[in-house]
Design a protein around this ligand. Structure first.
Ligand code: GLA
Length: 383
């Protein structure tokens, strides 16, 4: 009887797993794919009547990245420190319920517009569009239900001998959160054997709209969110930043970082000058680009773990947010309070409020055009 019951449980689990795998439209996986580069898929729950999965990407060195199609969230990135101890360098939860409690964008894809649009309003030609005011009087990170809170679908999986990729698709309908145009979005995450996470964003629209996609991972290179990031050292290739008003909307000025707490041209610890920055760092850095393509723009390092994170992007801006609004109310899956400065974000982007600031690089996307941008995070460790 007992054996029969166990057999039944095993069979039904196998059925659930097979069903989960079958929902993925798996594409070309070369027969010679290295066994090291792997992807595992498991059912994680249901949101809005849609299946939510957790995908685990593993590379040759044993690093793993977990991503869910709910919000396209990177839930963990486990890498070894200088002593070979593996821990996650991003804030995240072990179960879907953690995300349904709406933590502030942990690990998520942000869209249709990363960061703020003043007064939730912008104009294209003569038409004014009104968006949700979900951050005081302003619009933030795509609105009440941005790309971070929807179920993405149509996963495809691609593997090469030295990397594993998944693509998530989402169609944001005309009028969703107030934005014009049906916007088809693809985001491909690739983990390479060089411990790089590349995020490739593509989008197309059928009406003129604005687009600014990013990822909102919160990094703590110690792998221990009970420690702050104040001793992390940061270097950013930006000789200007965009000062903001009280509502964190850029004033329009591109201010020289020279002689200010925003000068990270040479590495500085985050804690060194943070007391002189009202509210902490939450600013867009104007990247000084040497070329047009993917370029190294920022380096974060932590001497405790020996880990280094390099950020490469094609974007003109980088939002450095030092976790100022984290206040201990959210706990990790094992109960650690996530306090102020427990982690930081390096969000590659076009500038906040660009739709209302004609002097900023444009975020307008027209029918027939292709939005395409790549950002890559690379982790390494030194003894
Ligand atoms: C971004 C914003 C911050 C804050 C966080 C999420 O980085 O710039 O002001 O809203 O997201 O809490």
């Amino acid at each position: 009887m007992k054996i029969l019951r166990q057999l039944l449980i095993v069979t039904s689990m196998a059925t659930i797993f097979t069903a989960a795998c079958n929902t993925a439209e798996e594409k070309t996986e070369p027969a010679n794919a290295a066994p090291e580069a792997q992807m595992k898929q498991e059912k994680w729950g249901t949101v809005d009547g849609k299946d939510v999965y957790l995908y685990t990407l593993t590379n040759k060195s044993g690093a793993t990245i977990k991503i869910t199609n709910y919000g396209g969230i990177v839930t963990s990135w486990v890498t070894p420190d200088k002593n070979g101890k593996s821990t996650s360098i991003v804030l995240g939860f072990d179960s879907l319920s953690g995300y349904l409690a709406k933590p502030p964008y942990f690990g998520a894809i942000i869209g249709r517009y990363g960061n703020r649009i003043a007064k939730g309003s912008f104009k294209i030609d003569t038409t004014t569009y009104t968006l949700a005011k979900n951050n005081g009087v302003n619009h933030l990170h795509g609105g009440d239900k941005g790309f971070d809170k929807v179920v993405w679908h149509g996963l495809t999986k691609k593997s090469s001998p030295s990397s594993t990729s998944i693509t998530l698709h989402y169609v944001s309908l005309d009028g969703e959160e107030g934005y014009p145009g049906n916007l088809k979005v693809d985001v491909t995450y690739t983990l390479t054997d060089e411990n790089e996470l590349s995020i490739e964003y593509s989008a197309e629209t059928d009406k003129p709209t604005v687009v600014n996609l990013t990822n909102h991972s919160y990094f703590n290179l110690t792998g221990d969110p009970s420690k702050t990031i104040l001793d992390h050292s940061l270097q950013v290739n930006a000789d200007k930043y965009t000062p903001v008003d009280k509502g964190l909307i850029p004033t329009g000025e591109l201010k020289e970082v020279k002689g200010t707490a925003f000068d990270f041209l040479q590495p500085h610890t985050i804690g060194e000058r943070i007391a002189s920055v009202e509210g902490g760092y939450d600013h867009n850095f104007v990247l000084t680009r040497k070329e047009k393509g993917l370029e190294l723009v920022a380096t974060l390092s932590d001497s405790i773990s020996g880990r280094k994170l390099e950020v490469f992007t094609e974007e003109p801006g980088l939002q450095f947010y030092s976790g100022n609004f984290l206040d201990g109310t959210i706990k990790t899956s094992n109960g650690t309070a996530i306090n102020k400065y427990a982690a930081l974000c390096l969000e590659t982007q076009h500038f906040p409020d660009a739709p209302n600031q004609p002097a900023f690089p444009s975020t307008l996307l027209k029918p027939g055009e292709k939005y395409h941008t790549i950002t890559k995070y690379k982790v390494s460790v030194s003894k």
